[in-house]
Design a protein around this ligand. Structure first.
Ligand SMILES: [Zn+2]
Length: 219
């Protein structure tokens, strides 16, 4: 597990302020709890947060190389498979399966977009270690965790507030723009996508992700 703090305290403060403003102004737009939105849909994230996408892609590649997870050519081929916006309101189950992993991806990057202890309680990110212990990871607002996608990980139940996180999975497949977590390695996705146009929903559900994206990109 590689942890990278990209935000200075000033940036974190800015992010917190932005988050508060956004939470206030967009409270009516928040949909039901346990929401996962696929921000890569139709190139939405790439269009709205190109710097952040580039930065997180570079981070995935460099950490994979540094940690010896991938060869140079493998790391260079990494592409964003899915960009998920997780918004889990209490009471939320988290991700209860201690053996959950991100099948067929190579590197997962998680960005915490709300503040533990203030915006929510519970929701700790844990990994299952070789000795059978579940290890808690420090994961504060604007922290970025990078780990091998096959590493078992889970999230404790959210017992109060709302836990928001941005999750990107990188794989040795094409950069995806389809409206799901793609399982096809074909150049063009042959799978059926949900028919409802996602853009309005995306814009309604993830403003704080995009605002934080600006803050992190500028840091
Ligand atoms: Zn697809």
């Amino acid at each position: 597990m590689h942890s990278a703090k990209y935000a200075t305290s000033r940036r974190i403060q800015n992010a917190k302020q932005s988050e508060r403003l956004i939470q206030k102004s967009d409270a009516s737009e928040v949909r039901r709890s346990d929401e996962v939105m696929f921000l890569q849909s139709d190139g939405f994230f790439e269009t709205h947060a190109p710097k952040l996408l580039q930065r997180l892609s570079c981070l995935a590649r460099s950490v994979a190389l540094q940690e010896g997870w991938l060869s140079k050519s493998q790391a260079e081929r990494l592409q964003a498979r899915v960009v998920e916006w997780h918004c889990q309101e209490s009471p939320g189950p988290g991700i209860p399966d201690p053996r959950h992993y991100d099948m067929d991806s190579l590197v997962t990057v998680d960005v915490m977009c709300s503040e533990p202890g203030l915006d929510f309680r519970g929701g700790e990110l844990r990994t299952l270690e070789l000795d059978g212990r579940l290890k808690d990871h420090s994961f504060g607002l604007c922290d970025i965790l990078v780990f091998q996608a096959h590493k078992y990980h889970c999230v404790a139940p959210v017992v109060e507030g709302c836990r928001k996180a941005l999750v990107l999975e990188f794989w040795d497949g094409p950069a995806r723009r389809c409206r799901h977590r793609c399982t096809s390695f074909e150049p063009d996705c042959p799978m059926r996508s949900p028919e409802s146009p996602p853009r309005k929903l995306l814009e309604g559900c993830c403003p704080s992700a995009l605002r934080l994206a600006d803050v992190i990109s500028a840091a």
